[in-house]
Every structure is written in C-alpha cells, then in structure tokens.
Design a protein around this ligand. Structure first.
Ligand code: E4P
Length: 217
C-alpha cells in the first residue's frame, strides 16, 4: 500500500520523506490556503521533495477552463498529478488528460458508481473520502470495499486512493480491503509508528543494558 501525505506543509513533507516511506503527496485548495503559500511555488517545491505523484487541484468548474488550468499545472514538474472533481466536466477533463498520458486524480468521490465512472474515464487514482463519508452517517469503509470489488470485477487499473483519513483504524481497514494508496495528514502517519508496548519495551531494555556497563562499538 502506498502512503501519500495529505498536506502542503513543506517541513512535514520533508520529515516524512526522510523516513523513506513517503510515496507521494496530495493537496487541495483548502490545504494550499492553510499553508499561506503561492500555489504554483509551493507545488513546485513539493514536487522536488518526492519522486511520487503530487496532486494539484484545478478550481474551474467547466471542462474548457479545467483543461487550461491543467495545462499550467502539468508544466510545474513531471510528477504533477492533475486533481479534478467528480463532475461531468471533471470526468471529461479526466478522459482528455489521461488519453494524453497525464496522471489524473479524481477527487470528492462518495459512491461506488462515481468510482466506476472515474475508472471508465481513465483516472489514475480515485479518491473516496472516507472521513467525510463517516461524518455524514455512512460507512466509508463499505465504500472502499464496494469500489475494490467493482474494480477487480472488471480489471480496472485505476488505483483506489483512500482520502479524508482521520485515524489509524482507517489505514488498517483500507489495507485489509486492499486499497492501493492512502493519503493522510502527517500526524496520522506518525501515529502508525506508535505502540505503548514498543515504548515500554525500549525503556525496559535500556534500563537492563545500563546494568551491563557496556557500549556498542
Ligand atoms: C484528498 O486528496 C483530500 O485532500 C483530503 O483527504 C480531504 O480530507 P479532509 O476531509 O480531512 O479535508
């Protein structure tokens, strides 16, 4: 399962890249606004921190303007992945860009039928938002299961990118279902490393090691 960081904060991305576990980055207009940085500038900087896909989202609602925005965004770097919303115009744009060999992430997916449409439009990634789905009284993981089943039924190559991840259990469930990618805020990725018994174990081993009076090397 690939791990993407869902953030536009450079320090957080650098920190995760240093672990060797970072496979890409996703941004959205809200995360860009939160960073307070210029969109083009920060996206270029992020693209230099990972070899993996960096999702940059169009903000136009019509196909023609989406294509113009995508043209600007894809010139930023070779690893830019154009993010489009799951609308008729978004999927028209997805089809045109993917026919042209450009990576596309279709975002704001809340139903398995929408995911089916995105796959038919040639999306590289489909982003079902599990956290927002849960918030609205649905089960985000049921959505991931349905999409996995449908994609496997037809051999679609579109990768399931689990988005709007809020906690480590989302990551675990997504991995059990066989989602291809998950994108999470850095604090959730850091939480994956943690276990109280790991900390307690280290403490105990170090206490006993001190008693030996030895050093390594
Ligand atoms: C995905 O690409 C989105 O940027 C993101 O996961 C949205 O998450 P949120 O629901 O926490 O805003």
């Amino acid at each position: 399962m690939k791990f993407f960081a869902d953030t536009a904060e450079i320090d957080e991305i650098k920190d995760l890249a240093a672990t060797g576990l970072l496979d890409g980055v996703t941004t959205n207009p809200s995360l860009i606004a939160k960073s307070g940085r210029d969109f083009m500038e920060v996206t270029k900087e992020i693209c230099g921190l990972t070899d993996g896909p960096v999702s940059a989202e169009v903000v136009a609602l019509d196909h023609a303007t989406m294509m113009k925005e995508a043209e600007v965004l894809r010139k930023i770097a070779d690893n830019v992945c154009i993010k489009v919303p799951l609308t008729v115009d978004g999927l028209k744009t997805c089809k045109a860009l993917s026919n042209d060999g450009t990576m596309v992430n279709v975002t704001l997916c809340f139903s398995a039928n929408q995911a089916l449409l995105a796959a038919k439009a040639g999306a590289t990634f489909i982003s079902p938002f599990v956290g927002r789905h849960d918030d609205n009284g649905f089960d985000g993981m049921d959505l991931i299961e349905d999409i996995r089943l449908i994609y496997d039924n037809y051999g679609f190559e579109t990768e399931i990118l689990v988005a709007s991840v809020r906690h480590v259990t989302h990551v675990l469930e997504a991995a059990k279902i066989g989602a291809d990618v998950m994108t999470a805020p850095p604090k959730v990725i850091h939480a994956l490393f943690k276990h109280v018994l790991t900390d307690k174990g280290i403490e105990g081993f170090l206490k006993d090691w001190e008693k030996t009076g030895q050093t390594i090397g």
